[in-house]
Design a protein around this ligand. Structure first.
Ligand code: ATP
Ligand code: MG
Length: 291
């Protein structure tokens, strides 16, 4: 599977481009991060990726075939998870909710229950406990997972997630990151749309930053978060990882970082090296414990 954008432009009104001349390609088991401020074109890109919108110019191709040729076939292979997907939960039980999409695409009746359980287990809602529960008695984080299960049950080759962690608490974000890593290991490709480079730096091998529909920066998260880009990113309202900002402050105090700092783990490792201490097994204090 390869998903490609070739010089894709999209306009809603025929005058201004919501997306302009965007190109990238995505392989199985890889994640692309798409970041940018409000109105920069992220959701437009998401809908072009699953064939809900057709490019005004340029082409979106899945294994060589254009979205114009594939039409509905594109949406079966590329799953789109809208912003706040839990708002679309509607059925009396989680199984019925997940099964709805499977019925729609014509999955055989005998396969449906197994596919529902598999999807619920995958998102961390154990099927034996959750299958017959109402989506409306779940916590917000559980509802988000249930909505993801509904799309995952369709076995998409590419999953496009529009702001998947918006409104989710820190524990929920960690669960979602674990799920994404599991999906990547199984060969699913991900497009993760976010205001924040923090999530993108943790999960994605490549990132693009959109500004008024155009690609302002592109490359590995390390390249996008290079110190020279920090001013541009701040101007574009992109949340820069805490570790990167802290490293920049330390750099101002004379610390030298040989590699870009994207995560707390990486910051800790590089600081430990500079302070000539082992990264693990460091004792905080040699003092005798007080009685
Ligand atoms: N249905 C529509 N009709 C007309 N213009 C639209 C429509 N949807 C989006 N736009 C415009 O296209 C541009 C890109 O919008 P888009 O929703 O893709 O941005 P976004 O990056 O997803 O923003 P947000 O972070 O707020 O979700 C904006 O200028 C927006 O006003
Ligand atoms: Mg949007």
């Amino acid at each position: 599977m390869t998903l490609e954008f070739h010089d894709v432009t999209y306009t809603y009104d025929g005058a201004t481009n919501a997306l302009a001349h965007v190109s990238f390609s995505l392989e199985p088991g890889k994640a692309l991060g798409v970041v940018g401020k409000t109105g920069s074109g992220k959701s437009t890109l998401a809908q072009l990726a699953d064939g809900l919108l057709m490019p005004s110019s340029g082409e979106v191709r899945l294994d060589g075939a254009t979205s114009a040729e594939l039409r509905g076939g594109m949406q079966r292979r590329v799953g789109l998870v809208f912003q706040h997907p839990e708002l679309q939960l509607f059925a009396a039980t989680l199984t019925e909710d997940v099964a709805f999409g499977l019925h729609n695409v014509g999955v055989a009746q005998g396969e449906i229950e197994g596919r529902c359980s598999e999807a619920l287990n995958l998102v961390g809602l154990r099927a034996d406990e959750f299958a017959s529960r109402s989506p409306f008695e779940l916590s917000g984080g559980e509802q988000r997972k249930a909505a993801l299960a509904g799309v995952l049950a369709l076995h998409p080759e590419v999953l496009v997630l529009d702001e998947p962690t918006a409104g989710v608490d820190a524990a929920g974000v960690r669960d979602i990151e674990v799920l994404f890593k599991r999906l990547l290991a199984r060969g699913t490709a991900l497009i993760i749309i976010s205001h924040s480079m923090e999530l993108v730096a943790d999960i994605c091998s490549r990132a693009i930053v959109l500004d008024q529909g155009r690609c302002a920066l592109a490359g590995t998260p390390e390249k996008v978060l290079a110190p020279d880009n920090v001013d541009v990113l701040q101007r574009l309202n992109v949340d820069i990882p805490q570790a990167t900002r802290f490293a920049a402050k330390l750099q101002g105090k004379g610390f030298v970082f040989e590699e870009p700092v994207l995560t707390m783990d990486n910051l800790a490792d590089q600081l430990a090296r500079q302070l000539s201490r082992p990264a693990s097994g460091t004792r905080l204090s040699d003092e005798e414990p007080q009685a």
